[in-house]
Every structure is written in structure tokens, then in C-alpha cells.
Design a protein around this ligand. Structure first.
Ligand code: PMP
Length: 401
């Protein structure tokens, strides 16, 4: 008998499991709107032109070797990543208040940050929005933190419950960690306005809470890298401390390269450098040091003016296509006279629409229309095209009537 005979079968991951089910479906009209990965109008994955160019430069450079990176990753990449999220003129960067380590995409950056907090921070409770990306709870719990939620989404208005959010932060214990989506909140597509961000900032600072930003979509929400970083910059601008986990999965299309960064903004340069020394102790026994290829691509693009400019154009084109899909879907439902208010489709921001469809309606759409999405009714707008919008609109119409 196997030594593992008692191992129970684990459930499929709620998000990645959608793709597993999709792959098994032989239907020619099947549509995967589960995973947040960008697709072209033709429904194909996209490698950015600027990424291809950077890779070519890397391949042609015979001086490049495959040696290990330092524990904290590629130095250029780390500097440029901090600059990208905080702004080139950030006083925190110029004062050496920021320590940045290269990590395994957004997920790895969150996990390294969480492991550091569990070891070195006095308060172990982290507040995450309700709802949030499903992996947050697991990442923070497994790192040894206690996860609680704060109110975020209001199903009635399909917008932000700012009152509930502020009340929940106000009653959090002093020093508690607060996870914030920097922009393009996943799964709801609902972001605070700048005024609301300011209210949140004041509450967080007045309660001495510790903000931990998850920035998985910089540039993907509005098409502007600076625009999407405004929330983070407000918090860094006030001189307080904060954590930032960055991912290049979406905005550079580097999903499988696993390239991201964790930045910790401290009050003094000395603290930042001691924090950096401890981050190394967190990383070394986990995976020793991060992979070199993806970070080299990012550094090549970020440090070259022309490549950087080209990237911003390609990024804007992706963001614009998603916004266009929102309009198409909204219009298609209007044209069908689908009952209900669907204006949230054009109001929500980023990769996803939180449709408001319930589990039963989602099951119906999968069974009858071969449309795959998470059971909370979240659809990836980046997976839609002009060709597939009518099919989706038919399915939604049938599901709600
Ligand atoms: N945070 C959020 C909110 C996300 O949506 C994602 C991607 N789905 C991530 C983090 C991390 O993704 P990755 O590890 O691929 O960068």
C-alpha cells in the first residue's frame, strides 16, 4: 500500500480550476473568461513587441552569463521598479528610504512581505478587502498572519462601501496591517476615488495602521503608469511607512516569467538597510535567489528611453482594448433589452467586470453557452473580443430572463 494512501484529493484552485474545466470542453464556441490573462482581438495570448525586442538584445549580448543573481535579485531591476511605482522624483527613493527585492511575480512579493511581517512586526493581524483576490487569504495565513476582512464592495450600488470600509479600519487594532489594491481592484473592478483614497489614508495614518499595497495592474487600469500609481504615491508622500508588492505579469505580459518586486518604504535609511538584511534571511531558505531572465527583460525596457516609450504605447493599447470591450458588452446588452442596470460594466476599472451574476446563473452560462468564469460572476474583459461579445451577451440575457 502507498505511504500516501490517506492523502485526500484537494479541490481544484477556484480560479485556475476554471481553465482546467475549459480545456476539457470540446465545444468550438467555448470562451474562457476565468483567468485574468490578456488576449488579442483574435483571442490569442500577446507577447509585447517591446518584450521581443528586449529579449533579442539580451540574446545578442554575448557577455551575458547565467550566473546566480544575488539573493535580492537584479540591482537595476530593483531600482527601476521602485522608480516605476513611486515616481522618478520620489523623495523616499532619493533619501534611500526604500528597500526593494526582486521576487516571484506579485504572489511571491506578497509572500515575502508577509513572511517578513510575521517575523519582525508586532501586529499579526492583516485586514483584506471583502471580497478580494482569492489567494490573499492563503498567502497571508500560511505566512503566519491572522486574516480579517474590511467591508469594501456594496452589492446594492455595485460600488464602494466607503462608510463600511472606514468604520472597519477605525475599529481595527492599532498597528494592524491593511491590504489595499493599488488600482483595478480584483475581483470587483471598483476603486476608491482620489478623495476617498485621501479619507482612507487619513484613517490609516491616524490609527497607525500599516498599508500593504498589492499593485498587480499598474498601467492596465487607466492606460497610464503614473495615473494608476497615484494611490501608492499619496501614502508614500506623507512620509509614513508602507509595503508594495508589484507584478509585471499583466502590464508587461510576463505572466510565466514570474517577475515582480517587493518594496518596503521606511522612515530612515538605516532602518531600510536593516530591513533589507532581514529580507535576505527570509528569501535564502525559500528559493535562494530569483530567476534572471524576466527581470533582465524588465530592466532592459525600463532603462532605455525608447523601449520605455514603446512599452507605454503597447500598454495603453491593451488598456484601451479592454475599455472598448466594456462598451461593446454594455451596448450589446442594451440592444437585447436585457433587464437590469448594466452600467457597472462601463464604470468598473481594470481587467475584470464583477457582473452581479449569481452562482446559478454562472453554472447555466457554462452549461448552455460554454462560457467559463469564476462562480462569483467575475469575467475577464481582457479575454473578450468583438467576435465573442455577442455570444456572451446572449448568454447573460438568457441567464437573467
Ligand atoms: N494580486 C492580484 C490582485 C492579482 O489579481 C494577481 C494576479 N491574478 C496577483 C496579485 C499576482 O499575480 P502574479 O503572481 O501572477 O503576479
Amino acid at each position: 500500500d502507498s505511504a500516501f494512501a490517506n492523502v485526500a484529493r484537494a479541490p481544484e484552485d477556484p480560479i485556475l480550476g476554471v481553465t482546467v474545466a475549459y480545456n476539457k470542453d470540446p465545444s468550438p464556441v467555448k470562451l474562457n473568461l476565468g483567468v485574468g490573462a490578456y488576449r488579442t482581438e483574435e483571442g490569442k495570448p500577446l507577447v509585447l513587441n517591446v518584450v521581443r525586442k528586449a529579449e533579442q538584445l539580451l540574446v545578442n549580448d554575448r557577455s551575458r552569463v547565467k550566473e546566480y543573481l544575488p539573493i535580492v535579485g537584479l540591482a537595476d531591476f530593483n531600482k527601476l521598479s521602485a522608480k516605476l511605482i513611486l515616481g522618478a522624483d520620489s523623495p523616499a527613493i532619493h533619501g534611500n528610504l526604500v528597500t526593494t527585492v526582486q521576487c516571484l511575480s506579485g504572489t511571491g512579493s506578497l509572500r515575502v512581505g508577509a513572511e517578513f511581517l510575521a517575523r519582525h512586526y508586532r501586529e499579526r493581524t492583516i485586514y483584506i478587502p471583502n471580497p478580494t483576490w482569492g489567494n490573499h487569504t492563503k498567502v497571508f495565513t500560511l505566512a503566519g498572519l491572522t486574516v480579517k476582512t474590511y467591508r469594501y464592495y456594496d452589492p446594492v450600488t455595485r460600488g464602494l462601501n466607503i462608510q463600511g470600509l472606514l468604520e472597519d479600519l477605525e475599529s481595527a487594532p492599532t498597528g494592524a496591517i491593511v491590504l489595499l489594491h493599488a488600482c483595478a481592484h480584483n475581483p470587483t473592478g471598483v476603486d476608491p476615488t482620489l478623495q476617498q483614497w485621501e479619507q482612507i489614508r487619513q484613517m490609516i495614518r491616524s490609527k497607525s495602521l500599516l498599508p500593504f499595497f498589492d499593485s498587480a495592474y499598474q498601467g492596465f487600469a487607466s492606460g497610464s503608469l503614473d495615473g494608476d500609481a497615484q494611490s501608492v504615491r499619496m501614502f508614500v508622500g506623507d512620509g509614513g511607512e508602507c509595503f508594495i508588492a508589484q507584478s509585471y505579469a499583466k502590464n508587461m505580459g510576463l505572466y510565466g516569467e514570474r517577475v515582480g518586486a517587493l518594496s518596503i518604504v521606511c522612515r530612515t535609511a538605516d532602518v531600510a538597510s536593516r530591513v533589507n538584511s532581514q529580507l535576505k534571511l527570509v528569501i535564502r531558505p525559500m528559493y535562494s535567489n530569483p530567476p534572471i531572465h524576466g527581470a533582465s527583460i524588465v530592466a532592459t525596457i525600463l532603462k532605455d528611453r525608447n523601449l520605455y516609450h514603446e512599452w507605454t504605447l503597447e500598454l495603453k493599447a491593451m488598456a484601451d482594448r479592454i475599455i472598448t470591450m466594456r462598451k461593446h458588452l454594455f451596448d450589446a446588452l442594451g440592444a437585447r433589452g436585457t433587464p437590469g442596470d448594466w452600467s457597472h460594466i462601463i464604470k468598473q476599472i481594470g481587467m475584470f467586470t464583477f457582473t452581479g451574476l449569481n452562482r446559478k446563473q454562472v453554472t447555466f452560462m457554462t452549461k448552455e453557452y460554454h462560457i467559463y468564469m469564476t462562480s462569483d460572476g467575475r469575467i475577464s474583459m481582457a479575454g473578450l473580443s468583438s467576435r465573442t461579445v455577442p455570444h456572451l451577451a446572449d448568454a447573460i440575457h438568457a441567464a437573467v430572463t
